[in-house]
Design a protein around this ligand. Structure first.
Ligand code: MRU
Length: 369
């Protein structure tokens, strides 16, 4: 992988000792200041890459876990190794359901086949999931593009103003992103777009990742403090919000990065359409009540009490931003109730955020009454 083709965010090494089996990722903890590839050679390294957020974003977490299983099979293809890798990888992060979705799929494919076939099958299936995710995100882009086109048609050449939260971009997926896919498709066809990028405290995925990748694509964008979105909406400066999701229930409740709910409230109050872009691998068909049933990751207090950034002499450093004795809490996700969501942009089209709406688009997945 090189910086020139970064949008394929996970792949097998093509040269060197790990050619054909080691897994290359972008170390997202280093962005936006340093672009660095990390090579994973062991399942433990894949688990660490997910828990330390070298890779993050629901779809990319899932595919990294799938490759983690392949790395486990590279060393030991016993049934015990499958179970151990499943448990270790599943414990890395609790909220994004794509992780379990990917691991369940790997386990179901590997356990019934002979030991000798498992290694090759694990790599094949992980690769297939990566390809699939890229195709799903591209399809999400096509469906979301229609929304941008409708707004553009009304605006007579003025840019369509999109607000997004966190990073649901190519960096969070295998290619295209979910929330960014319609934006990249619009940009490619010459539709004027401008993106308001929520900085997304505490880890700043908006400021450091979304802004970076929009910059790489030359998409006009402006980073705003998380608290600015409501004000912009009140003043007619946001045409629509598009965010991603880590887990969406069968009834359309959306769990996403902390702060998403507040944007949905502000959007509702200002009649700004609030869309969520997600592949079906992010839908948890087993649950309906997002507030009751989705585990919310609580991350380290230091992510709130400290920030990192670039100093004037070019070094990246961390600083404390609050009194040393004050405690901090860090819930990493929140749930936006379906009633605040205008629509779910999926690979099959735009669904209403409701049980009936999702069942209409994914009839084979919805539970029968
Ligand atoms: O904690 P993160 O950075 O993994 O959270 C990411 C998000 O909340 C994204 O919006 C979500 O995973 C969707 S990615 C297409």
């Amino acid at each position: 992988m090189t910086k020139a083709d970064w949008r394929r965010t996970i792949r097998l090494a093509e040269s060197g000792e790990g050619a054909g089996w080691a897994v290359e990722i972008i170390d997202q903890t280093k962005l936006p200041f340093v672009f660095e590839i990390a090579t994973l050679t062991h399942m433990d390294e894949a688990a660490h890459a997910i828990s330390s957020m070298q890779v993050r974003g629901a779809p990319l977490i899932g595919v990294t876990a799938a490759y983690g299983m392949a790395l486990a099979m590279n060393r030991d293809s016993s049934g015990a190794a499958i179970e151990a890798a499943y448990d270790e990888l599943l414990s890395t992060r609790p909220t994004a359901v794509n992780l379990k979705w990917a691991l369940d799929r790997m386990k179901a494919a590997l356990l019934p086949i002979g030991h000798n076939a498992r290694r090759a099958e694990a790599y094949r299936l992980a690769g297939e999931m990566a390809e699939e995710d890229a195709a799903l995100c591209s399809a999400i882009g096509d469906h979301g593009l229609t929304l941008l086109q409708e707004i553009a048609a009304r605006k007579g050449g003025a840019p369509v103003q999109v607000l997004t939260h966190c990073n649901a971009g190519a960096l969070a997926t295998i290619d295209w992103g979910t929330a960014t896919a319609p934006i990249y498709k619009a940009q490619a066809m010459g539709l004027p777009v401008h993106v308001w990028v929520d900085e997304t405290r505490p880890r700043n995925q908006g400021a450091s990742l979304t802004a970076w990748e929009l910059g790489e694509h030359a998409v006009p964008h402006t980073v705003i403090a998380d608290n600015a979105g409501g004000h912009l909406m009140q003043h007619g400066q946001v045409d629509l919000c598009i965010v991603g999701s880590d887990r969406t229930t069968a009834a359309g409740d959306v769990c996403n990065k902390i702060g998403t709910y507040l944007k949905a409230l502000a959007a509702k109050d200002n009649d700004v359409p609030f869309y969520v872009a997600l592949p079906s691998s992010t839908i948890d068909w087993a649950i309906e009540d997002g507030l009751a049933d989705i585990p919310i990751e609580e991350r380290a207090a230091e992510e709130v009490s400290e920030m990192s950034g670039l100093t004037a002499d070019g070094a990246v450093t961390r600083v404390r931003v609050m009194p040393p004795a004050s405690p901090a809490a860090n819930p990493a996700f929140d749930v936006t109730p379906a009633r605040l969501v205008t629509g779910l942009i999926t690979e099959r089209g735009i669904a209403k955020a409701s049980k009936a709406g999702l069942a209409e688009v994914f009839p084979e997945k919805a539970k029968r009454p």
